[in-house]
Design a protein around this ligand. Sequence first.
Ligand code: ZN
Length: 249
Amino acid sequence: MILAIISDIHSNKEALNAVLATIAAEPVDTILCLGDIVGYGPDPNDCAREVLARCTSIVRGNHDKAVVGLIDLEWFNSVAREAALWNRRKASDETLGALRTLPKGPVELDDGVVICHGTPMDEDEYMLSSTAVEESYRWIDDQQPGTLCCFHGHSHLPMVIERVGPKKQAKVHRNGSQVRLRPGSAYLINPGSVGQPRDGNPRASFGIFDSKSLVYRNLRVAYPVAETQRKILAAGLPDELAFRLAEGR
Ligand code: ZN
């Protein structure tokens, strides 16, 4: 089975289209989505429609919850809040209804795959501290010991975390463009963000995992950033949301 894993699309239709075109050229069997389909960007309806039609498994993200009113927007900074409210106004009833029914992660799939938005314990937590990593491995040991890959998003930073050695330390492959997974180990993998990369590389980020050869790849795809920026500014969304896309921050 060959899985494509996408996350943090953030209403960026141009980036999503570029990623889906790349996926279509690969022998991918199924696409998984780790949440944050909407928020920040200018195209919530097209992105929601496309992701819902193409992905076989989806978990919700914090921005999906915010746009449909499932969480208090006070948790968001002013730019994210303004964009969430704009996305809510722009979203059709169909989009809002679909986003509202997205499952909360973690969701367990075949072949030792688990998907979640933040961490398996908490969809709103970033997998960026050693505590979050340790607790995620504890969750795997306690709840899903057969897990090979726990795919997560939320931080927008592509990363492969591997458990190694007798003390089971976490080894981080920061721009693990290709990693061959060892059976029996467990990996916490972030495919990066489709629609708002934050690792200094503006190209859209996603992952492909072959559950047979156990090779995971992080792929980067150029897309027409200027077009997305033009739409963000024309929509009256905060300028910063346009500028950051060119820098990937
Ligand atoms: Zn996000």
